[in-house]
Design a protein around this ligand. Structure first.
Ligand SMILES: [Zn+2]
Length: 245
């Protein structure tokens, strides 16, 4: 969902402040946008204004945004992103011909926060980590664990009060698919090798909310089964602090 555009004078305009008849441009591909924030449109947004000359740019930009939309439509994503000031969300960064739009950017901490509700290919996970860290930023991923839980992982306390995440293996069919997806989630990512990138989970158990941080990985993401992640339980206040709230 494109929520920000720029005007010719360089001003950044939130969709709710866009005026009919004004010219707006896409922060990612630079082509013309029209505001869709009138009448019966439920989710106000900007849309690319079809331009033959730049259709290749627009198509690529739309493809990139479609993937983000699937994630951003969730109530979970809206809830978390909605807790930040408007000028900290949907920030676009460009370098060496690459363009990424961060869910949240905390300028004082130089930290990008990505809220991930839906499946994200490991290539994207790695690409964003590489891109943002090359700009000198920290990256904090917050995953909706409830969403992950149903598909391929469960979490339980072991005797040392650490939490371990393992593959669920209830039937062979699900397992094969889950394994593939699980690998695809984080690729070769290891917390200790990448101090600028951290991974947090939220989950709900009945009325209780849990906030957790992955602090170690055992086993290999490539070959071994089962793969375990060691997870810290965070108090809500610590979790919120980590994500700048
Ligand atoms: Zn665009």
């Amino acid at each position: 969902m494109i929520l920000y555009a720029y005007e010719l004078n360089g001003n950044r305009v939130f969709i709710e402040n866009a005026e009919p008849g004004q010219l707006y441009y896409c922060e990612e591909c630079g082509t013309k946008l029209i505001p869709k924030n009138r009448g019966f449109i439920k989710e106000h947004h900007y849309a690319h204004y079809p331009d033959k000359e730049y259709s290749y740019l627009q198509e690529e930009c739309t493809r990139r945004n479609d993937m983000r939309n699937a994630n951003q439509m969730s109530e979970w994503h809206k809830y978390w992103q909605g807790r930040y000031p408007k000028d900290q969300i949907e920030k676009v960064f460009k370098k060496d011909g690459k363009v990424f739009r961060a869910d949240v950017f905390l300028p004082k901490r130089k930290t990008v926060i990505e809220f991930q509700h839906s499946f994200l290919p490991k290539e994207q996970f790695s690409a964003r980590n590489q891109f943002y860290t090359s700009l000198g930023f920290n990256v904090v991923w917050v995953y909706d664990f409830d969403e992950l839980n149903g598909y391929y992982m469960y979490i339980y306390p072991d005797k040392f009060d650490d939490f371990i995440i393992r593959f669920r293996k209830e039937n062979q069919k699900v397992y094969a698919m889950d394994k593939e997806k699980y690998y695809s989630l984080f690729g070769e990512w290891k917390p200790k090798d990448t101090p600028k990138v951290s991974l947090l989970f939220t989950r709900t158990y009945g009325e209780y909310k849990f906030y957790q941080r992955v602090c170690a990985v055992t086993g290999s993401f490539q070959n071994d089964y089962p793969i375990t992640l060691f997870v810290d339980d965070l108090r809500e206040v610590n979790f919120l602090m980590r994500i700048g709230l």
